[in-house]
Design a protein around this ligand. Structure first.
Ligand SMILES: NC(=O)c1ccc[n+]([C@@H]2O[C@H](COP(=O)([O-])OP(=O)(O)OC[C@H]3O[C@@H](n4cnc5c(N)ncnc54)[C@H](O)[C@@H]3O)[C@@H](O)[C@H]2O)c1
Length: 350
């Protein structure tokens, strides 16, 4: 291992005309770092192994990194996801090949938590309906009394998952004087205590929440964890929010409870199939506010993700363990440790 530390960016960071998809992702700290070279890959999903043979690290947007993406050279040391979802990455394949998979919790925490609060306020305030009424003029004003909003004081805000984003949503909701409940089998007791959250069973979460938000990862355990049976436990007046991943929810079942007005409405940033089908009956409902998996997309979100990914790859280049490693067992593997030690020696000799 000599020569520059080479960083690949997946091809989907560039538009077809070559301009950056996220201009707020400032690459300067990477391009100006001594001993670092970067290059964009061609678009491919999953990425191909031959594209990655000569790289030490990969910054990955939406393309898949599958078992067949692992280069044979054994040089790739880190995959840095731009965001925190990693259902597009084969984690066991990374670990087996001494590749650290890293995510950017610091970049998405606040922007996605703000999305949850945005949905909560827009739904309970009936904002979309009132926007339509205002545009109607006199008939709209005459009808406004039929669209009373829902105050939040004393109401129950529930979260399925109280990790990085779920906890931040509670943190932001503190001034609303709500009750906080959550279901999370792996919740951090310190966070639960800090925020005054009552941990409850999944059934109680659905039955008691006035606003129920999903903030757990998508994995085999959580696929369709929100199903017809659980949705049936919700109050007619309750709102459902999903900013996590679409397949956590059985979307057909959610559509049915919304169509039958068995819940008050939903705020959805994610869907079982993306992009959505414009004819999907879910999107015909006035009680649904939808966003194209982008409610958290702000200048600050992308700047934050980019800065975190660059920190990750530069940490590896310096032989340091980066923040946000998902497959922490890789850190104990002798080959990975040797690799970090070699990077550290190179960095010291530079
Ligand atoms: N909409 C977007 O653009 C966007 C952006 C970033 C992240 N996300 C999604 O948000 C979700 C949360 O991200 P995060 O950074 O908070 O992740 P995190 O890993 O920090 O937190 C997830 C929490 O879910 C809990 N959990 C795991 N299994 C559970 C289960 N069966 N039931 C209940 N809780 C369970 C975990 O213990 C953890 O506390 C992820 O699905 C992620 O993909 C969406």
């Amino acid at each position: 291992m000599t020569g520059p530390f080479r960083v690949a960016l997946s091809g989907d960071f560039k538009k077809p005309d070559g301009s950056p998809v996220f201009p707020d992702f400032d690459l300067a700290p990477l391009t100006s770092a001594p001993g670092v070279e970067m290059a964009y890959l061609e678009n491919a999903s999953p990425l191909r192994a031959d594209q990655l043979e000569d790289f030490d690290a990969l910054i990955l947007l939406a393309h898949r990194f599958a078992a067949e993406s692992v280069p044979k050279s054994g040089r790739l040391a880190a995959v840095a996801r731009f965001g925190v979802g990693y259902d597009t990455v084969d984690v066991p394949a990374c670990t087996a090949n001494n590749i650290a998979l890293c995510i950017t919790p610091d970049g998405v925490r606040r922007p996605v938590a703000v999305s949850i609060i945005t949905f909560m306020l827009a739904l309970t305030g009936k904002m979309m309906v009132k926007d339509r009424l205002a545009r109607l003029g006199a008939p709209g004003f005459a009808a406004r009394g039929e669209h009373m909003g829902v105050g939040l004081v004393g109401r129950t805000f529930g979260s399925l998952g109280v990790g990085n984003i779920g906890a931040e949503a509670f943190r932001l909701a503190r001034p609303f004087d709500m009750k906080f409940i959550a279901h999370d089998p792996y919740a951090d007791p310190a966070v639960v205590k800090e925020l005054g959250i009552e941990l409850v069973s999944i059934e109680d979460l659905f039955a008691r929440s006035d606003i129920l938000s999903v903030s757990c990862p998508l994995n085999p355990e959580t696929h369709h964890i929100v199903n017809a049976q659980r949705l049936a436990l919700m109050k007619r007046t309750a709102y459902f929010i999903n900013t996590a991943r679409g397949p956590i929810v059985d979307q057909k079942a959610l559509t049915k409870v919304l169509q039958e007005n068995r819940i008050a409405g939903a705020g959805l940033d994610v869907f079982e199939v993306e992009p959505t089908d414009p004819n999907d009956p879910l999107l015909k409902l006035d009680t649904v506010i939808a966003a194209p998996h982008a409610l958290c997309w702000t200048d600050q979100c992308f700047a934050g993700n980019g800065a975190a990914d660059i920190r990750t790859v530069l940490d590896i280049q310096m032989g340091r363990v980066p923040r946000g490693v998902v497959n922490r067992d890789v850190l104990e593997k002798p080959l990975f440790r040797e690799r970090l030690a070699r990077y550290a020696a190179l960095a010291n000799g530079r």
